[in-house]
Design a protein around this ligand. Structure first.
Ligand SMILES: [Mn+2]
Length: 343
């Protein structure tokens, strides 16, 4: 992904070599593989991927793949003057080791550039994210068909995770299933709580070919009261309004503010930001926070997920993964009208 673009950045910045360490997700970005251990060395005209003997040696078009054997470092060109490191990922130990390999080199931070590349998704990335979203929709509809057989939060989560695996995917993050007052905690840890009357919040997403989807739906077990229906619809309207008006605003923060306005007196119960970018990671650029001043641009993939939380009582969140081109296209297509399940 975007190797040439990154190499021209290195040239412009007079960085001779960028080194990505073993756990850097950007190695997967450039190579579209995920070795168990690797070092990626990208020069202005070279790209070498070092692997251990433990992984299958892949056939990559844009990369020379080499094995980390004893003395591998002796073959490195020690004359590099400037090295780019991802300060957001490299550890103290890792950077010390690199400095020992290249004692004369100076170091620069390339983390901002890596984020910038990844913020605008390529067509191939969009395909993977779209597929991850489809699998997420599938898992949800299968779960709804089977919910009366499921007895606890954990059983619901396990069911969803199994459906991901069935489709060659995995969970992008631990599936959240939160019953009743548990849903007032936005990141509730799924437990053995029995299902009972009330709102049931589900927040889950498949990861397909390393790319994430993220969706939340809140359903009702039993028959909701008028007040409960009203609260749900208030939130749903705010979420759909945000989708509609995303092309009318400039920045992510403005979109966030729009939803708060819409929620009126309940906006104090909306205790997190409107969403986040996602791709290889479940949380990545772009960001909704005010300080980021990030504009909504074509190729951005992000979530729109307002929520309202009433401690000790219940919580509701409705979330879609979307892509922006000239307007927002919703990739998670599960229906959002309140689903009520007889218990
Ligand atoms: Mn999310």
């Amino acid at each position: 992904m975007k190797l040439k673009q990154f190499q021209s950045y290195l040239k412009k910045q007079k960085i001779d070599l960028a080194i990505l360490n073993e756990s850097d997700v950007n190695t997967t970005y450039f190579t579209q593989i995920k070795p168990s251990y690797s070092l990626l060395l990208i020069g202005q005209r070279t790209a070498n991927l070092y692997l251990t003997k433990l992984d299958k040696i892949p056939d990559l078009k844009e990369f020379k793949v080499k094995v980390l054997e004893k003395g591998w470092e002796k073959k490195l060109n020690k004359n590099v003057k400037r090295i780019g490191l991802n300060y957001a990922s490299v550890t103290m130990n890792g950077s010390r080791r690199i400095k020992r390999l290249f004692p004369k080199a100076k170091f620069s931070d390339i983390s901002k550039q890596l984020n910038k590349l990844r913020t605008t998704k390529t067509e191939q990335e969009c395909k993977c994210i779209n597929q991850a979203c489809k699998i997420t929709d599938y898992a949800f509809s299968e779960m709804l068909k089977n919910i009366r057989k499921l007895k606890t939060e954990q059983q619901v989560a396990d069911f969803i995770d199994r459906k991901f695996k069935e489709k060659g995917a995995e969970s992008a993050f631990p599936t959240i299933v939160a019953m009743g007052k548990n849903a007032a905690v936005p990141h509730h840890l799924t437990s053995n709580q029995k299902l009972k009357r009330g709102f049931l919040l589900l927040d889950f997403g498949a990861k397909y070919k390393y790319y994430c989807a993220d969706m939340s739906r809140t359903i009702f077990l039993g028959t909701p009261k008028k007040q409960e229906i009203e609260m749900y619809n208030l939130l749903l309207n705010a979420q759909e309004q945000a989708i509609k008006e995303s092309s009318q605003v400039k920045t992510f923060f403005e979109l966030d503010q729009l939803v708060r306005k819409q929620l009126g007196k309940y906006s104090s119960h909306f205790i997190h930001s409107l969403g986040h970018g996602l791709g290889l990671e479940i949380h990545e650029s772009p960001s909704y926070i005010k300080e980021s001043k990030q504009e909504i641009k074509p190729g951005h993939v992000f979530t729109i997920e307002p929520g309202v939380y009433f401690p000790g009582k219940f919580g509701i969140r409705i979330e879609d993964t979307v892509i922006y081109n000239d307007k927002v296209k919703v990739l998670t297509k599960s229906k959002k009208e309140l689903v009520c399940v007889k218990i």
